[in-house]
Ligand binder design. Structure first.
Ligand code: ARG
Length: 487
């Protein structure tokens, strides 16, 4: 009895430590390096010439006139500019939760948005354009013809609101402008609503797309700032005033448009794409491995604890273990990721970075599956083994450690291997919150090259090589462990 309660206490302490200390430790890693002043910019870098990815000297960089403006603001503040690239509809929550200090992303200061954030003075004006395939140029002479058409828009943008007001239109709302363009080229949608400055880039860049029905609707762009941050608001407006009086903004737009127009060689085959973007994929592999390795380590720890809970004599612990497994296994990992990344920060003010949120999600997720695997292993060991050990005078703990667990481990090794492989592949989900893993880099390459196939084939090949190597290594370990069985 005494042994059990000590055991129980240890387990509980460990769980409490893990669920509080680890996330806090991880989170503090990024928040307390305040020695040099940083200005964190949130943007959705799919919006050339405002903000977009560009390979400069073999390195991926985010450029554009929004970025140029943000750099001026940071310079005026004497701060270092840090860019956080994310989906457009993630920008408002990121600003509200303090993940970023300001949003410069061609954002229109609508009344709806003004309810949750403040805006600077406007710095740019544009118009809405309907983009179609060349052959359809005359099919939509007025807005009225767009009724019942399939229309692509960016998720969370004012274009989405415009689309919603067209009667009968079937809207496809996507994260990235480049995805909308691909949808249009591949005939999945009939038209896309975009801003004229942005559309210009695609009409030049990609053959087969034209502008139809330039709508008169105006859109302005302003800089988003957290409510109550009047100091930054004043500083931003100060910089904007200076840039306007020096007529710098127009110059920045021209520069960015030139950068955007500087086209890529589109005839590239898959090997050339790989070679040109090898450093992108290398970064991605690094993060995928880091994510998976830490996900596996914490997943195993959580799995062991939950498994012991499930097999415990104390009913409440058994209940907690079962509830954990059922809940985690019964909900999609993507949903768990959103809760940890956005939910925690908006509701509790706990701001995990993409890496931290990714590791936590992968760990709690794989923990549930591993717990079940471990349980199957332990329960699969003949009861007689435990009885024999106990009758030789071994304590329960020792019997577990030296007799049961080694046998259980050997039996479930293939299942554990499966889970590790799953973790490597599933880690690709973390790319949706901007984790720079293999999957994310493949999308970046797609956005830069406008190629839909090669970037993903390369990613698939890399994932395959990684999982294949892992499965070979695990096979070796299995053979080594089973050598004793054949004696
Ligand atoms: N001006 C539009 C809006 O505020 C679209 C902005 C999209 N920006 C971007 N970086 N993708 O809704």
């Amino acid at each position: 009895m005494k042994l059990i309660s000590r055991y129980t206490m240890m387990l509980l302490t460990f769980v409490v430590l893990l669920t509080t200390a680890v996330p806090v430790a991880l989170a503090s890693g990024t928040t307390d390096n305040s020695s040099s002043k940083k200005l964190v910019l949130g943007t959705s870098a799919d919006f050339a010439p405002y903000e977009f990815h560009k390979v400069i000297d073999g390195k991926d960089e985010i450029v554009g006139f929004d970025i140029a403006i943000a750099k001026e603001i940071a310079a005026d503040l004497g701060a270092e500019l840090v860019i956080e690239d994310m989906g457009f509809d993630g920008l408002l929550p990121a600003l509200q939760s303090g993940r970023v200090d300001l949003v410069v992303s061609g954002m229109t200061p609508t009344d709806e948005r003004k309810k949750s954030i403040d805006f600077s003075d406007t710095y740019y004006k544009s118009k809405q354009v309907i983009m179609v395939r060349n052959v359809d140029k005359d099919k939509y002479p007025t807005m009225a013809e767009l009724e019942n058409a399939k229309i692509g828009v960016q998720k969370g943008s004012i274009q989405e609101t415009i689309g919603q007001s067209i009667p009968g239109a079937k809207l496809t709302a996507l994260d990235k402008i480049s995805d909308i363009v691909l949808q249009l080229q591949t005939k999945r949608i009939d038209a896309a609503i975009v801003e004229d400055t942005v559309a210009a880039g695609y009409l030049d860049d990609i053959n087969g797309l034209a502008a139809a029905v330039p709508d008169e609707e105006q859109a302005e762009a302003a800089i988003g700032i957290r409510k109550g941050n009047t100091e930054l608001l004043a500083a931003v407006n100060g910089t904007l005033d200076r840039l306007k009086s020096e007529d710098k903004i127009n110059q920045m737009v021209t520069d960015a448009s030139l950068l955007m127009a500087d086209k890529m060689d589109k005839s590239q085959n898959i090997f050339k794409v790989f070679w040109q973007f090898k450093s992108f994929y290398a970064t991605g592999i690094g993060y995928t491995l880091l994510l998976s390795a830490l996900g596996v380590i914490f997943g195993v720890i959580i799995g062991l604890i939950i498994c012991l809970f499930r097999l415990h004599d104390v009913a409440i612990l058994r209940w907690i273990g079962t509830a954990y497994v059922e809940v985690i296994r019964g909900t999609p990992m993507l949903v768990q990721l959103m809760i940890i990344y956005y939910g925690f920060s908006l509701s509790f003010g706990i701001n995990f970075t993409a890496l931290q949120a990714g590791i936590i999600t992968l760990s709690i997720n794989s923990g549930a599956y591993l717990a079940e695997i471990f349980r199957a292993g332990i329960q699969g060991v003949d009861r007689g083994q435990l009885e024999a050990a106990r009758s030789l005078g071994m304590g329960r703990g020792d019997a577990m450690r030296y007799i049961i667990l080694p046998q259980a481990f050997k039996a479930v090794l293939p299942a554990i291997g499966n889970e590790f492989i799953t973790i490597i592949k599933e880690s690709s989900i973390i790319s949706v919150i901007g984790m720079v893993d293999i999957m994310y880099q493949a999308s970046v390459v797609k956005n830069i090259t406008y190629q839909g196939l090669s970037p993903f084939l390369i990613a698939a090949a890399i994932y395959f090589v990684l999982t294949f190597i892992l499965s070979k290594l695990l096979g070796r370990l299995e053979r080594k462990l089973s050598a004793s069985d054949r004696r």
